[in-house]
Design a protein around this ligand. Structure first.
Ligand code: FAD
Length: 646
């Protein structure tokens, strides 16, 4: 039986790639590390990642000339200048190391085959001679929004291969993993985080875990979109809501929500961007390749926000294909041939066969854009430490580190989980090695008592309130219809008011099942208010941001506005407040001045100050927003020339 209070040096909430890689770094530095996970780590959402992981190795002909600087430029352009440019640099420089390390852990990367290789590029079949001396090196495929082929891949099961390899390291290092355990609140004293209150999903028992350092690695919040997401059913965003509940730690850019162009219709299962990277086309009901006209340069391989908008526009213009489940478009990969599909895109082939009953070598794939990735999350500094709370860190999709800004490039998330896991893990280990475990048991038992009371109150509640599952479904409908790809003020206002109504209803929701132990309805009822608060934060952030940037597109404010909105949204939720308060900080030090992304619209409202003037204000503004000092000074990882601009 679990005691009511356990301790460790480093507590990682989440057993996906980011959490596990972070725990490995801490354990390798001699810290006692413990991982909590809703599911056995190998079932984490990271396992579903398909198409690839970006790292500028430059190993094949179409990757020649690639390097971390080009990767950095692509990432900032992809973010629509919403990214923290120092973090984007650290990321691009470390990504090649992370990919090679995975090879060392055992990931079977797809390799260069020296000699003649057949590829499809911009709709044409081409033959390229790969250098014989590169034979056997990790190869790359093309992905959206990149200047070079950069995505390293293991067929279309990259996440699966990576997670199994990283998890094997966790086992090898003897790191304690407690699965089917959910962190339900943070233990803190207003300045420092001391661990979490956790709930065993098997028994319903709640207990405190006290730690010198606590890391949130809980993944994205896609499930606030109900079933309209490619995310796993465990992507509730609980880590972000735990941070929000402190009233101290802000969430960053929650309105920045990515829609992936090609989810299988109607199930929403992802069909990787690797299909378009390998030469797949999008077609409308007339079989036209509408992306060629819409984006003559990048075609199907513009960034995801741009492609998703063109697809929705195509459907809204009446060129979608009617089906009993709504309109969709076609993804055509037939020309790649069965051999390619059953090797380099094997997982796509299997998904099409098993979930749509089609053979993509002969049939086109019905697809439509669907919620996919959370750019927003727990706002942290470049060490991964949360604003306003010492000893609390965040990594991976749960964090707003913030290298993605308002649009993540395909393949940059897997790379982020491993790079941030390494970088932040090292900082966490340093912090823990210099910290004393503050086993303030009264703090822990107070938090435990409050958590017990919450569960008891839910079980005891009577009346005719709706079920939490009905309210969850209603939330999904509001989010997809009013806080989706195309947003406007009237819809967002109505979404805000409807979500407030759902929050009210949730406070009266009555459980159908009153068992105290392994009760999934109780577990969901405990986490759902947090999901509603995240949804309101997304909708209010989107309503307030009167511009279009990356995945946040306002039809009533269609231009990117660098004069007024070159900033990051911060959302706090004060205890007992009925809504978040929003504030803003500059995105970070700018090395690459705002410009055209190279795809999408070139119209924007320009900054009215110089980059130097902008940069001068950044450090103070972020500090007063709660950014804690990083181990190395802010800007130290920018090249000298860019630091001089500050
Ligand atoms: C279908 C699909 C394909 C993708 N393909 C790619 C790709 O090819 N390339 C790419 O770069 N990106 C891809 N992505 C995105 C990428 O997979 C994710 O962003 C990334 O894996 C997230 O990793 P993570 O470790 O941050 O979180 P996750 O892998 O989501 O892990 C979260 C962990 O937190 C645990 N957890 C959550 N809440 C709690 C709690 N309260 N208490 C305890 N534990 C908790 C969960 O059990 C889980 O272990 C894809 C995403 C999807 C949906």
């Amino acid at each position: 039986m679990t005691p009511q209070l356990i301790t460790t040096d480093v507590l990682v909430i989440g057993g996906g790639l980011a959490g596990e890689r972070c725990a490995i770094e801490a354990a390798a530095a001699g810290q006692e590390a413990m991982i909590l996970s809703l599911v056995p780590p190998r079932r984490s959402h990271s396992c579903a990642a398909q198409g690839g992981m970006q790292a500028a190795l430059g190993n094949c002909v179409k990757a020649e000339g690639d390097n971390p600087h080009v990767h950095f430029l692509d990432t900032v352009r992809g973010s629509d200048w919403g990214a923290d440019q120092e973090v984007a640099r650290i990321f691009a420089e470390e990504a090649p190391v992370a990919v090679r390390e995975l090879a060392h852990f055992g990931v079977p990367w797809t390799r260069v085959r020296g000699g003649k290789n057949k590829y499809f590029i911009r709709g044409e079949s081409v033959e390229i001679d790969e250098l014989l001396e590169n034979d056997g090196l990790i190869t790359h495929r093309d992905f959206g929004g990149t200047a070079k082929w950069r995505a390293c891949y293991a067929a279309a099961g990259t996440g699966h291969a990576a997670l199994y390899a990283v998890d094997s390291e966790v086992v090898r290092l003897g790191i304690t993993v407690r699965d089917r355990v959910e962190a339900i609140s943070l233990i803190h004293d207003g300045n420092r985080c001391n661990g979490v209150i956790a709930r065993c999903l098997r028994t319903g028992l709640q207990f405190a875990v006290m730690a010198k350092a606590t890391v949130i690695a809980t993944g994205g919040y896609g499930r606030i979109y109900g079933g309209y997401t490619t995310n796993a059913t465990i992507n509730y965003g609980t880590g972000a809501s735990l941070a929000l509940d402190t009233g101290i730690v802000p969430l960053g850019n929650m309105e920045a929500v990515q829609f992936h162009p090609t989810a299988l219709s109607p199930s929403g299962i992802l069909i990787t961007e690797g299909c378009r990277g390998d030469g797949g086309f999008l077609r409308d009901k007339n079989m036209d390749r509408f992306m060629v006209e819409a984006e003559p340069e990048k075609q199907e391989l513009a960034s995801r926000d741009v492609v998703s908008r063109h697809m929705m526009q195509c459907i809204q213009d009446g060129n979608g294909i009617d089906s009993p489940n709504g309109r969709h478009l076609w993804l055509d990969i037939r020309h790649l041939g069965e051999k390619h599909l059953t090797t380099k895109l094997l997982e796509v082939f299997d998904i099409c066969r098993d979930f749509a009953g089609i053979n993509p070598a002969h049939d086109m794939i019905p697809v439509r854009p669907t919620q996919h990735y959370s750019m927003g999350g727990v706002r942290v500094n470049k060490d991964g430490e949360a604003y306003g709370m010492a000893g609390l860190y965040a990594v991976g999709e749960a964090a707003c580190w913030d290298m993605h800004g308002f649009n993540r490039l395909g393949g940059n998330s897997l790379a982020e989980t491993l790079v941030a896991g390494r970088v932040v893990g090292a900082r966490v280990a340093e912090y823990a090695s210099g910290a004393i475990l503050q086993a303030n048991t009264s703090l822990a038992f107070d938090a435990l008592g409050a958590a017990e009371q919450r569960a008891q109150a839910l079980l005891a509640r009577e009346g005719n309130g709706r079920s939490v599952y009905e309210i969850r479904d209603a939330l999904g409908e509001v989010m997809i219809s009013k806080v989706g790809i195309f947003r406007n003020g009237a819809d967002l206002e109505s979404a805000v008011s409807e979500i407030k109504g759902l929050i009210d209803e949730c406070s009266r929701a009555v459980l159908r099942h009153k068992g105290p132990g392994a009760n999934p309805e109780l577990a969901f009822a405990l986490r759902f208010p947090g999901m509603l608060r995240l949804a309101l934060t997304v909708a209010m952030g989107a309503l307030a941001r009167s511009e279009s940037r990356g995945a946040h597109f306002r039809t009533d404010f269609p231009l990117r506005n660098d004069r007024e909105w070159l900033n990051r949204t911060l959302a706090h939720w004060q205890p007992d407040a009925s809504a978040p308060t929003l504030s803003y900080e500059p995105v970070g030090l700018i090395g690459l001045p705002p410009g055209h992304r190279g795809y999408g619209s070139d119209e924007r409202i320009e900054m009215d100050q110089s980059v130097g003037q902008y940069n001068d204000a950044v450090v103070d503004a972020q500090e007063s927003a709660g950014r804690l000092a990083s181990v190395e000074a802010m800007g130290s990882r920018l090249p000298q020339s860019e630091r001089e601009a500050t």
